[in-house]
Design a protein. Structure first.
Length: 52
């Protein structure tokens, strides 16, 4: 019985850690315009124009 409880606790802990990692990845994946906008003021960073 004790081993079953420890196994469940380990499984729940591992699941929570994985969810936390997924949230961290999602936060980094979607960056707001307010975060990107200051990069446009840097002359060292330039992007080629897209021909339409």
């Amino acid at each position: 019985m004790l081993f079953a409880r420890l196994a469940v606790r380990a499984l729940v802990g591992a699941t929570l850690l994985e969810q936390n990692d997924e949230r961290a990845v999602q936060r980094g994946r979607y960056t707001t315009l307010e975060t990107i906008a200051p990069l446009g003021d840097d002359p060292a960073v330039s992007f080629p124009a897209i021909a339409s």
